[in-house]
Design a protein around this ligand. Structure first.
Ligand SMILES: Nc1ncnc2c1ncn2[C@@H]1O[C@H](COP(=O)(O)OP(=O)(O)O)[C@@H](O)[C@H]1O
Ligand SMILES: [Mg+2]
Length: 395
Protein backbone atom coordinates (compact mmCIF):
# COMPACT_ATOMS: atom_id res chain seq x y z
CA UNK A 1 0.00 0.00 0.00
CA UNK A 2 1.50 3.29 -0.99
CA UNK A 3 0.81 6.51 0.81
CA UNK A 4 1.11 9.72 -1.09
CA UNK A 5 2.07 12.35 1.50
CA UNK A 6 0.25 15.66 1.39
CA UNK A 7 2.76 17.60 3.43
CA UNK A 8 2.10 21.06 2.03
CA UNK A 9 -1.59 20.95 2.76
CA UNK A 10 -0.88 19.54 6.22
CA UNK A 11 1.66 22.25 7.04
CA UNK A 12 -0.69 24.95 5.85
CA UNK A 13 -3.59 23.71 7.95
CA UNK A 14 -1.33 23.21 10.97
CA UNK A 15 -0.31 26.87 10.74
CA UNK A 16 -3.88 28.01 10.42
CA UNK A 17 -4.92 25.95 13.42
CA UNK A 18 -2.27 27.59 15.53
CA UNK A 19 -3.61 30.99 14.58
CA UNK A 20 -0.45 31.89 12.68
CA UNK A 21 -2.26 33.20 9.64
CA UNK A 22 -4.08 36.48 9.67
CA UNK A 23 -7.64 36.56 8.32
CA UNK A 24 -8.18 32.93 9.04
CA UNK A 25 -10.38 31.63 11.81
CA UNK A 26 -9.32 27.97 11.82
CA UNK A 27 -8.15 28.43 15.41
CA UNK A 28 -11.83 28.64 16.33
CA UNK A 29 -12.31 25.20 14.89
CA UNK A 30 -11.48 23.74 11.50
CA UNK A 31 -14.31 21.97 9.72
CA UNK A 32 -13.41 19.87 6.70
CA UNK A 33 -15.87 18.14 4.42
CA UNK A 34 -15.18 15.75 1.54
CA UNK A 35 -17.02 12.74 0.13
CA UNK A 36 -16.49 9.27 1.54
CA UNK A 37 -13.32 7.36 0.70
CA UNK A 38 -11.52 10.37 -0.74
CA UNK A 39 -8.78 10.22 1.87
CA UNK A 40 -9.92 12.32 4.85
CA UNK A 41 -9.02 9.90 7.62
CA UNK A 42 -5.73 9.06 5.96
CA UNK A 43 -4.86 12.73 5.65
CA UNK A 44 -5.81 13.53 9.23
CA UNK A 45 -3.76 10.69 10.68
CA UNK A 46 -0.80 10.36 8.34
CA UNK A 47 -0.31 13.97 7.27
CA UNK A 48 -1.97 16.47 9.59
CA UNK A 49 -1.15 14.67 12.84
CA UNK A 50 2.60 14.46 12.15
CA UNK A 51 2.63 18.07 10.93
CA UNK A 52 1.08 19.19 14.21
CA UNK A 53 3.32 16.94 16.27
CA UNK A 54 6.34 18.42 14.53
CA UNK A 55 5.18 21.70 16.07
CA UNK A 56 5.03 20.07 19.52
CA UNK A 57 1.26 19.83 19.53
CA UNK A 58 -0.30 16.83 21.27
CA UNK A 59 -2.78 15.27 18.88
CA UNK A 60 -5.81 13.28 19.99
CA UNK A 61 -7.57 11.54 17.11
CA UNK A 62 -10.97 9.91 17.32
CA UNK A 63 -13.17 8.49 14.59
CA UNK A 64 -16.84 8.60 15.56
CA UNK A 65 -17.59 5.93 12.98
CA UNK A 66 -15.08 3.51 14.42
CA UNK A 67 -17.74 1.94 16.55
CA UNK A 68 -21.26 2.89 15.57
CA UNK A 69 -22.80 1.24 18.61
CA UNK A 70 -20.87 3.39 21.02
CA UNK A 71 -21.94 6.81 22.03
CA UNK A 72 -19.95 9.57 20.30
CA UNK A 73 -19.60 11.44 23.59
CA UNK A 74 -17.92 8.52 25.29
CA UNK A 75 -15.72 7.78 22.26
CA UNK A 76 -14.37 11.33 22.50
CA UNK A 77 -13.93 11.10 26.25
CA UNK A 78 -12.08 7.80 25.89
CA UNK A 79 -9.67 9.15 23.32
CA UNK A 80 -8.82 12.10 25.55
CA UNK A 81 -8.53 9.86 28.58
CA UNK A 82 -6.14 7.52 26.75
CA UNK A 83 -3.89 10.37 25.79
CA UNK A 84 -4.11 11.83 29.28
CA UNK A 85 -3.21 8.49 30.74
CA UNK A 86 -0.15 8.08 28.59
CA UNK A 87 1.01 11.59 29.44
CA UNK A 88 0.13 11.29 33.08
CA UNK A 89 1.85 7.95 33.12
CA UNK A 90 4.62 8.53 35.57
CA UNK A 91 2.87 11.17 37.64
CA UNK A 92 -0.16 9.00 38.25
CA UNK A 93 1.81 5.80 38.70
CA UNK A 94 3.99 7.39 41.30
CA UNK A 95 0.96 8.81 43.04
CA UNK A 96 -0.83 5.47 43.05
CA UNK A 97 2.29 3.67 44.21
CA UNK A 98 2.52 5.96 47.19
CA UNK A 99 -1.16 5.42 47.92
CA UNK A 100 -2.32 8.84 46.80
CA UNK A 101 -5.83 8.75 45.45
CA UNK A 102 -5.56 11.95 43.55
CA UNK A 103 -2.95 14.09 41.93
CA UNK A 104 -3.12 17.82 41.61
CA UNK A 105 -2.59 19.14 38.13
CA UNK A 106 -2.81 22.81 37.42
CA UNK A 107 -4.78 23.37 40.61
CA UNK A 108 -7.21 20.56 39.74
CA UNK A 109 -7.53 17.41 41.70
CA UNK A 110 -7.72 14.33 39.55
CA UNK A 111 -8.68 10.97 40.93
CA UNK A 112 -5.88 8.61 39.91
CA UNK A 113 -8.20 5.61 39.83
CA UNK A 114 -10.68 7.26 37.57
CA UNK A 115 -8.39 8.57 34.88
CA UNK A 116 -9.16 6.59 31.78
CA UNK A 117 -12.78 6.26 32.74
CA UNK A 118 -15.41 8.26 30.99
CA UNK A 119 -17.23 9.49 34.05
CA UNK A 120 -14.14 10.15 36.14
CA UNK A 121 -13.68 13.70 34.96
CA UNK A 122 -15.59 15.97 32.63
CA UNK A 123 -14.37 16.51 29.09
CA UNK A 124 -13.32 20.05 29.93
CA UNK A 125 -11.36 18.90 32.98
CA UNK A 126 -9.75 16.08 31.06
CA UNK A 127 -8.62 18.46 28.30
CA UNK A 128 -7.27 20.95 30.83
CA UNK A 129 -5.46 18.17 32.65
CA UNK A 130 -3.99 16.88 29.41
CA UNK A 131 -2.82 20.36 28.54
CA UNK A 132 -1.23 20.86 31.97
CA UNK A 133 0.40 17.45 32.00
CA UNK A 134 1.75 17.50 28.48
CA UNK A 135 2.72 21.16 28.83
CA UNK A 136 1.83 21.57 25.19
CA UNK A 137 -1.07 22.73 23.06
CA UNK A 138 -3.59 20.06 22.13
CA UNK A 139 -5.30 19.32 18.85
CA UNK A 140 -8.42 17.25 19.10
CA UNK A 141 -9.22 15.70 15.74
CA UNK A 142 -12.73 14.34 15.43
CA UNK A 143 -13.33 12.32 12.31
CA UNK A 144 -16.91 11.91 11.03
CA UNK A 145 -17.95 14.54 13.56
CA UNK A 146 -21.52 14.79 12.25
CA UNK A 147 -22.12 11.52 14.04
CA UNK A 148 -22.01 13.43 17.33
CA UNK A 149 -25.29 15.07 16.37
CA UNK A 150 -27.18 11.80 16.40
CA UNK A 151 -27.34 11.59 20.19
CA UNK A 152 -27.85 13.96 23.06
CA UNK A 153 -24.65 12.81 24.73
CA UNK A 154 -22.80 13.58 21.50
CA UNK A 155 -24.34 17.05 21.35
CA UNK A 156 -23.32 17.65 24.94
CA UNK A 157 -19.79 16.58 24.13
CA UNK A 158 -19.66 19.14 21.32
CA UNK A 159 -20.91 21.88 23.63
CA UNK A 160 -18.28 20.86 26.19
CA UNK A 161 -15.55 21.05 23.57
CA UNK A 162 -16.58 24.52 22.63
CA UNK A 163 -16.51 25.54 26.23
CA UNK A 164 -13.07 23.96 26.70
CA UNK A 165 -11.84 25.86 23.66
CA UNK A 166 -13.12 29.16 25.04
CA UNK A 167 -11.54 28.49 28.42
CA UNK A 168 -8.16 27.39 27.12
CA UNK A 169 -7.59 29.82 24.26
CA UNK A 170 -6.59 33.47 24.42
CA UNK A 171 -5.98 35.74 21.47
CA UNK A 172 -2.50 34.95 20.19
CA UNK A 173 -2.24 31.89 22.41
CA UNK A 174 -4.00 28.82 21.08
CA UNK A 175 -3.91 25.86 23.45
CA UNK A 176 -6.82 23.80 22.14
CA UNK A 177 -7.31 23.24 18.43
CA UNK A 178 -10.37 21.47 17.17
CA UNK A 179 -10.51 19.73 13.82
CA UNK A 180 -13.73 18.13 12.69
CA UNK A 181 -14.16 16.22 9.48
CA UNK A 182 -17.21 14.79 7.80
CA UNK A 183 -18.34 13.12 4.60
CA UNK A 184 -21.35 15.34 4.26
CA UNK A 185 -21.17 19.08 4.26
CA UNK A 186 -24.87 19.51 4.99
CA UNK A 187 -24.65 17.47 8.15
CA UNK A 188 -21.48 19.13 9.31
CA UNK A 189 -23.21 22.45 8.74
CA UNK A 190 -25.53 21.67 11.61
CA UNK A 191 -22.58 22.10 13.95
CA UNK A 192 -22.02 25.64 12.82
CA UNK A 193 -25.14 27.23 11.44
CA UNK A 194 -28.27 26.17 13.29
CA UNK A 195 -29.83 27.86 16.26
CA UNK A 196 -27.67 27.17 19.27
CA UNK A 197 -25.15 25.25 17.17
CA UNK A 198 -22.02 24.69 19.25
CA UNK A 199 -19.66 26.24 16.72
CA UNK A 200 -21.94 28.91 15.37
CA UNK A 201 -20.26 31.12 12.80
CA UNK A 202 -17.42 28.79 11.82
CA UNK A 203 -16.94 28.00 8.16
CA UNK A 204 -16.98 24.56 6.63
CA UNK A 205 -14.26 24.04 4.10
CA UNK A 206 -14.10 21.48 1.41
CA UNK A 207 -11.09 19.32 1.92
CA UNK A 208 -9.27 19.34 -1.43
CA UNK A 209 -9.39 16.04 -3.26
CA UNK A 210 -6.17 14.31 -4.25
CA UNK A 211 -5.07 16.05 -7.42
CA UNK A 212 -2.72 15.87 -10.41
CA UNK A 213 0.26 15.73 -8.06
CA UNK A 214 -1.02 12.43 -6.72
CA UNK A 215 -1.28 11.11 -10.27
CA UNK A 216 2.19 12.44 -11.09
CA UNK A 217 3.48 10.51 -8.09
CA UNK A 218 1.78 7.32 -9.31
CA UNK A 219 3.15 7.89 -12.82
CA UNK A 220 6.69 8.17 -11.41
CA UNK A 221 6.19 4.91 -9.52
CA UNK A 222 4.95 3.08 -12.61
CA UNK A 223 7.68 4.45 -14.84
CA UNK A 224 10.26 3.50 -12.20
CA UNK A 225 9.05 -0.06 -11.90
CA UNK A 226 7.99 -0.67 -15.48
CA UNK A 227 10.26 1.43 -17.69
CA UNK A 228 8.84 -0.27 -20.78
CA UNK A 229 5.53 1.53 -20.14
CA UNK A 230 7.03 5.04 -20.22
CA UNK A 231 5.82 7.57 -21.03
CA UNK A 232 2.66 6.95 -19.02
CA UNK A 233 -0.33 8.99 -20.06
CA UNK A 234 -0.87 11.02 -16.87
CA UNK A 235 -3.84 12.85 -18.31
CA UNK A 236 -5.72 9.63 -19.03
CA UNK A 237 -4.96 8.35 -15.52
CA UNK A 238 -6.20 11.58 -13.98
CA UNK A 239 -9.39 11.31 -15.98
CA UNK A 240 -9.85 7.77 -14.72
CA UNK A 241 -9.19 8.96 -11.16
CA UNK A 242 -11.92 11.58 -11.59
CA UNK A 243 -14.15 8.84 -12.93
CA UNK A 244 -13.57 6.95 -9.70
CA UNK A 245 -14.80 10.02 -7.85
CA UNK A 246 -11.27 10.82 -6.61
CA UNK A 247 -11.33 7.67 -4.51
CA UNK A 248 -7.76 6.31 -4.40
CA UNK A 249 -8.67 2.80 -3.30
CA UNK A 250 -10.78 1.96 -6.35
CA UNK A 251 -8.33 3.70 -8.63
CA UNK A 252 -5.37 1.76 -7.21
CA UNK A 253 -7.25 -1.51 -7.48
CA UNK A 254 -8.01 -0.90 -11.14
CA UNK A 255 -4.45 0.17 -11.73
CA UNK A 256 -3.13 -2.98 -10.08
CA UNK A 257 -5.36 -5.11 -12.21
CA UNK A 258 -4.50 -3.32 -15.44
CA UNK A 259 -0.79 -3.67 -14.69
CA UNK A 260 -1.03 -7.31 -13.72
CA UNK A 261 0.65 -9.74 -16.11
CA UNK A 262 -2.52 -11.84 -15.88
CA UNK A 263 -4.66 -9.10 -17.31
CA UNK A 264 -5.95 -10.01 -20.74
CA UNK A 265 -6.60 -6.43 -21.81
CA UNK A 266 -4.89 -5.62 -25.09
CA UNK A 267 -3.44 -2.19 -25.76
CA UNK A 268 -2.38 0.48 -23.28
CA UNK A 269 -3.10 -0.14 -19.60
CA UNK A 270 -4.37 3.44 -19.24
CA UNK A 271 -7.38 2.55 -21.39
CA UNK A 272 -8.13 -0.42 -19.15
CA UNK A 273 -8.12 1.85 -16.09
CA UNK A 274 -10.39 4.32 -17.86
CA UNK A 275 -12.76 1.50 -18.76
CA UNK A 276 -12.76 0.30 -15.16
CA UNK A 277 -13.63 3.81 -13.98
CA UNK A 278 -16.59 3.97 -16.33
CA UNK A 279 -17.72 0.57 -15.12
CA UNK A 280 -17.42 1.59 -11.49
CA UNK A 281 -19.52 4.68 -12.11
CA UNK A 282 -22.18 2.59 -13.76
CA UNK A 283 -22.13 0.07 -10.93
CA UNK A 284 -22.49 2.83 -8.29
CA UNK A 285 -25.41 4.32 -10.15
CA UNK A 286 -27.03 0.95 -10.69
CA UNK A 287 -26.78 0.30 -6.95
CA UNK A 288 -28.52 3.55 -6.09
CA UNK A 289 -31.14 2.91 -8.71
CA UNK A 290 -31.92 -0.56 -7.44
CA UNK A 291 -31.98 0.70 -3.83
CA UNK A 292 -34.47 3.35 -4.90
CA UNK A 293 -36.62 1.00 -6.92
CA UNK A 294 -36.70 -1.50 -4.08
CA UNK A 295 -38.47 0.99 -1.81
CA UNK A 296 -42.19 1.20 -1.14
CA UNK A 297 -43.88 4.08 -3.01
CA UNK A 298 -44.15 6.21 0.15
CA UNK A 299 -40.48 5.67 0.93
CA UNK A 300 -39.58 6.61 -2.63
CA UNK A 301 -41.64 9.77 -2.33
CA UNK A 302 -40.03 10.78 0.97
CA UNK A 303 -36.52 10.11 -0.34
CA UNK A 304 -37.35 12.02 -3.52
CA UNK A 305 -38.48 15.03 -1.50
CA UNK A 306 -35.32 14.86 0.57
CA UNK A 307 -33.16 14.79 -2.54
CA UNK A 308 -35.08 17.65 -4.07
CA UNK A 309 -35.07 19.88 -1.00
CA UNK A 310 -31.62 19.17 0.41
CA UNK A 311 -31.01 21.14 3.61
CA UNK A 312 -34.44 22.76 3.29
CA UNK A 313 -36.19 19.42 3.76
CA UNK A 314 -39.08 19.56 6.23
CA UNK A 315 -40.62 16.11 6.55
CA UNK A 316 -44.14 16.97 7.65
CA UNK A 317 -45.13 20.37 6.36
CA UNK A 318 -48.24 20.62 4.22
CA UNK A 319 -46.27 20.98 1.02
CA UNK A 320 -44.23 17.88 1.79
CA UNK A 321 -47.36 15.84 2.52
CA UNK A 322 -48.90 17.02 -0.74
CA UNK A 323 -45.72 16.05 -2.55
CA UNK A 324 -45.78 12.54 -1.03
CA UNK A 325 -49.41 12.10 -1.97
CA UNK A 326 -48.79 13.16 -5.54
CA UNK A 327 -45.76 10.91 -6.02
CA UNK A 328 -46.97 7.89 -4.10
CA UNK A 329 -50.49 8.06 -5.50
CA UNK A 330 -52.08 7.72 -2.08
CA UNK A 331 -52.89 9.87 0.91
CA UNK A 332 -49.87 10.17 3.19
CA UNK A 333 -50.31 11.28 6.79
CA UNK A 334 -47.48 12.70 8.87
CA UNK A 335 -47.44 9.43 10.78
CA UNK A 336 -47.04 7.42 7.59
CA UNK A 337 -44.28 9.74 6.43
CA UNK A 338 -42.53 9.26 9.74
CA UNK A 339 -42.80 5.49 9.47
CA UNK A 340 -41.30 5.68 6.00
CA UNK A 341 -38.44 7.84 7.29
CA UNK A 342 -37.78 5.41 10.10
CA UNK A 343 -37.69 2.42 7.80
CA UNK A 344 -35.29 4.27 5.46
CA UNK A 345 -33.11 4.90 8.48
CA UNK A 346 -33.29 1.35 9.77
CA UNK A 347 -32.14 -0.23 6.49
CA UNK A 348 -28.65 -1.62 6.20
CA UNK A 349 -26.93 0.36 4.89
CA UNK A 350 -29.10 3.26 6.02
CA UNK A 351 -30.48 5.56 3.35
CA UNK A 352 -31.47 8.26 5.81
CA UNK A 353 -29.63 10.00 8.64
CA UNK A 354 -31.33 11.52 11.65
CA UNK A 355 -30.00 13.96 14.21
CA UNK A 356 -30.91 13.98 17.91
CA UNK A 357 -33.13 16.98 17.15
CA UNK A 358 -35.14 15.07 14.62
CA UNK A 359 -33.58 16.54 11.49
CA UNK A 360 -33.30 14.20 8.53
CA UNK A 361 -30.90 14.01 5.60
CA UNK A 362 -29.92 11.39 3.04
CA UNK A 363 -27.21 9.25 4.55
CA UNK A 364 -24.85 9.24 1.60
CA UNK A 365 -24.29 12.64 0.01
CA UNK A 366 -23.34 10.89 -3.25
CA UNK A 367 -27.05 10.37 -3.74
CA UNK A 368 -27.49 14.12 -4.24
CA UNK A 369 -25.08 14.05 -7.17
CA UNK A 370 -26.81 11.03 -8.65
CA UNK A 371 -30.17 12.75 -8.33
CA UNK A 372 -28.92 16.02 -9.86
CA UNK A 373 -27.36 14.19 -12.79
CA UNK A 374 -30.53 12.29 -13.53
CA UNK A 375 -32.67 15.40 -13.28
CA UNK A 376 -30.37 17.16 -15.73
CA UNK A 377 -30.44 14.17 -18.06
CA UNK A 378 -34.23 13.98 -17.81
CA UNK A 379 -34.09 10.44 -16.44
CA UNK A 380 -35.57 11.11 -13.01
CA UNK A 381 -37.33 9.26 -11.44
CA UNK A 382 -35.85 5.85 -12.21
CA UNK A 383 -38.45 3.68 -13.89
CA UNK A 384 -38.93 0.25 -12.50
CA UNK A 385 -41.43 -2.46 -11.72
CA UNK A 386 -42.77 -0.59 -8.66
CA UNK A 387 -43.82 2.46 -10.60
CA UNK A 388 -45.06 0.32 -13.47
CA UNK A 389 -47.33 -1.52 -11.05
CA UNK A 390 -48.72 1.75 -9.73
CA UNK A 391 -49.61 2.86 -13.21
CA UNK A 392 -51.41 -0.38 -13.92
CA UNK A 393 -53.42 0.04 -10.75
CA UNK A 394 -54.46 3.52 -11.83
CA UNK A 395 -55.73 2.37 -15.24
N1 LIG B 1 -2.76 10.04 0.28
C1 LIG B 1 -3.14 8.79 -0.06
N2 LIG B 1 -2.30 7.99 -0.77
C2 LIG B 1 -2.65 6.74 -1.10
N3 LIG B 1 -3.82 6.17 -0.77
C3 LIG B 1 -4.70 6.90 -0.06
C4 LIG B 1 -4.41 8.25 0.31
N4 LIG B 1 -5.46 8.74 0.99
C5 LIG B 1 -6.37 7.75 1.03
N5 LIG B 1 -5.93 6.64 0.41
C6 LIG B 1 -6.66 5.37 0.32
O1 LIG B 1 -8.03 5.62 0.03
C7 LIG B 1 -8.90 4.85 0.84
C8 LIG B 1 -9.88 5.72 1.58
O2 LIG B 1 -9.20 6.64 2.41
P1 LIG B 1 -9.81 7.19 3.75
O3 LIG B 1 -8.78 8.08 4.34
O4 LIG B 1 -10.33 6.10 4.60
O5 LIG B 1 -11.03 8.06 3.19
P2 LIG B 1 -12.21 8.80 3.98
O6 LIG B 1 -11.78 8.96 5.40
O7 LIG B 1 -12.37 10.09 3.25
O8 LIG B 1 -13.42 7.94 3.84
C9 LIG B 1 -8.00 4.05 1.76
O9 LIG B 1 -7.93 2.75 1.27
C10 LIG B 1 -6.65 4.72 1.68
O10 LIG B 1 -5.63 3.81 1.80
MG1 LIG C 1 -12.79 8.31 7.12
Amino acid sequence: MIHYARSNLARELAEQLQGKQVFNDAYNGLFLAAPRRTGKSTFLQLDLQPALEAQRVVVVYVDLWSDQRRDPGSLIADAIARSLQSHLGLVAKAARASGLESVSIGGMKIDTRKIGQIDGVTLVEALKALHETAKAPIALVIDEAQHALTSEAGENAMAALKSARDQLNRPGEIQLMLVMSGSDRDKLLRLVNTNGAPFYGSQIRRMPALDQDFIAHIVRLIEGQRPELAPVDAEALFKAFEGFGHRPQFFMEALGQALSPLDSFEGRFESAVLAAAAQRQKADEAQMESDFLGLRPIEQAVLWRMLEQGPLFRPYDAEALRFYQEKAGQKVSAQKAQNALESLRARLPALVWKSARGEYAVDDAAMHRWYAQRVTAGTWPPQGPQIGLDLEEDV
